[in-house]
Design a protein around this ligand. Structure first.
Ligand code: 5CA
Ligand code: ZN
Length: 484
């Protein structure tokens, strides 16, 4: 039996408004802080963020060591790598004064940490025995974004920037690391039930200072893609600039070969946006701050401390002991108000317990993902909760994948621009496009899209070869979409 409550928030037609309302009502982020592009995590949102980052950290910790580098970067270091600074120049926040004294050396707030970390790599790395070196940190970074800022998506203070930096003896090992990083990020987003395509960014739009960049993109409910992770092969460019060398087995001095890869709180934005519905958040059990909420249905004659409350408390203790993040809502609010609150906050499973249930030695489960109800004997609650949470996790992932792949459109080659443009308004379009910047820009202008890059992983048609839709030269499958 389904008892779907009536629609509260429009998601499909007005995603922007939905997103703002949910961040507020579910208490994820407070946007009232008086600095543009800078926001405050509510405790509930921060708990969600931490559960997501616990997964990320545990994946990272297998082969990386966590460190912490300073926020301030001396101007000279930031300016050393020419390509890099060309890309970031206009995005850097500067600290130029200490009190009323002008600083001799202006200090940058890190926009990313290559130029903070690599001068230290130079002194840490001596011999081939020091390689490979793999570190990561989770920090705040600052970017003076001039495009429209948006909570969790385009920030001036990125609060949860997970950046990994690695150094290797040779290029083959660095390329191997790129593959490992791709595999690691796949696992991460799979656990969050976030679908993605993986592309190799066009040469003319790669990370400043990188040889090539690989990106993960997901699809938002308004049909725009959002880049949720990037992995860069840096090669020797930074090693040459920062003079990072090691002594090889034969005694010769060689430059290291490097990679870096990063994820921001856009991963939290993705979880919220991809899975949420008209009633608010729908959280995958893996990351839900509260996995199960117990709501007593108490009739006035029984009141507090009655049989219902006793049963609920025992159930709560049992669930907690089994390692399940449970919450017993014994507040004074009416059950309806409680349903609304916990639905908005995306709690995957609600257990209702009323006097009649107790007489029948049972309770009622209500799933957040599809609002289906199920009666469960009181003695089976723990095992049934575990099984149901598992089903919810899988159900959420399946639904997200179906929506995602239904919105990837593969061109045959004879479509009109206008037709492709319409498709691109709803999702991702796979076209044949050569590597030239001119053709890329032509497509971006005519279709009103962004070129995500060469398809490496996605709808299953990545490997085709054809003719560039602009110049007819040999071309590979490329994903394009309107991007955040
Ligand atoms: N040093 C490299 C790897 S850590 C780097 O900075 N790469 S990046 O510029 O591509 O950023 C990594 C990821 O951070 C991006 O893929 C994107 O998902 C996210 N990101 C970038 N800018 C912002 C921003 N202003 N707000 C939120 N997330 C951002
Ligand atoms: Zn072309």
């Amino acid at each position: 039996m389904n008892t779907q409550p009536k629609t509260l928030l429009q998601k499909e037609n007005n995603f922007s408004e939905w997103y703002g309302e949910v961040l507020k009502r579910a208490e994820i982020l407070d946007v009232r802080y008086p600095v543009k592009g800078v926001y405050v995590w509510y405790p509930y949102g921060y708990k969600l963020r931490n559960l997501i980052y616990t997964i990320l950290r545990s994946l990272m910790d297998k082969e990386h060591k966590e460190t912490l580098f300073p926020l301030l970067i001396p101007k000279e270091e930031l300016m050393k790598e020419r390509e890099h600074i060309k890309g970031f120049e206009e995005e850097v926040f500067w600290v130029t004064k200490g009190g009323s004294t002008e600083l001799d050396i202006p200090l940058a707030l890190r926009p990313t940490s290559e130029t903070a970390i690599y001068p230290v790599f130079k002194v840490w790395i001596r011999s081939h025995r020091d390689l490979p070196l793999r570190i990561y940190q989770v920090v705040n970074t600052f970017r003076y974004e001039t495009k429209h800022t948006r909570p969790l998506i385009r920030l001036r203070e990125i609060t949860s920037f997970k950046e990994a930096h690695t150094a290797h003896a040779d290029r083959a090992d660095a390329e191997e690391q790129v593959k490992k990083a791709v595999a690691l990020y796949k696992k991460f987003f799979d656990e969050l039930a976030i679908p993605y395509v993986i592309t190799r960014r066009p040469d003319w739009d790669k990370f400043p200072g990188a040889e090539y960049s690989i990106a993960f993109d997901t699809l938002m409910p308004d049909g725009k893609t959002m880049q949720i992770a990037t992995i860069h092969l840096l090669g020797e460019s930074f090693a040459r600039t920062f003079d990072i060398k090691y002594e090889d087995k034969d005694g010769s001095l060689k430059h290291v070969n490097q990679t870096c890869y990063g994820i921001s709180e856009r991963c939290v934005a993705a979880v919220i946006s991809v899975h949420g519905d008209e009633h608010g958040l729908v959280l995958p059990p893996e990351v839900a701050p509260i996995q199960v909420v117990i709501v007593p249905i108490v009739y006035s004659s029984e009141g507090k401390n009655g049989e219902v409350e006793k049963v609920c408390l025992a159930m709560y203790e049992e669930l907690k002991k089994a390692g399940i993040r449970a919450f017993f809502d014994n507040s004074e609010d009416r059950p309806g108000a409680k349903y609304y609150r916990w639905e908005m906050k995306g709690v995957p499973l609600r257990i209702e317990v009323g006097p009649r249930d107790i007489r029948n030695n049972r309770c009622e489960f209500v799933r957040r993902d599809d609002f289906s109800r199920m009666q469960v004997p009181l003695g089976d609650v723990v095992s049934e909760v575990k099984g149901t949470l598992n089903e919810i996790q899988n159900g959420i992932a399946k639904r997200a994948r179906e929506t995602f792949f239904a919105n990837i459109y593969k061109t045959g080659g004879d479509e009109e621009m206008e037709e492709l443009s319409t498709k691109a308004a709803h999702g991702i379009v796979s076209i044949f496009l050569c590597e030239s910047e001119r053709c890329g820009q032509e497509v971006e202008e005519h279709l009103g899209v962004n070129v995500l890059g060469e398809a490496l992983y996605g709808d299953g048609n990545e490997n085709g070869e054809g003719k560039c839709m602009i110049c007819s030269r040999k071309a590979k499958r490329v994903y394009v979409a309107r991007a955040y």
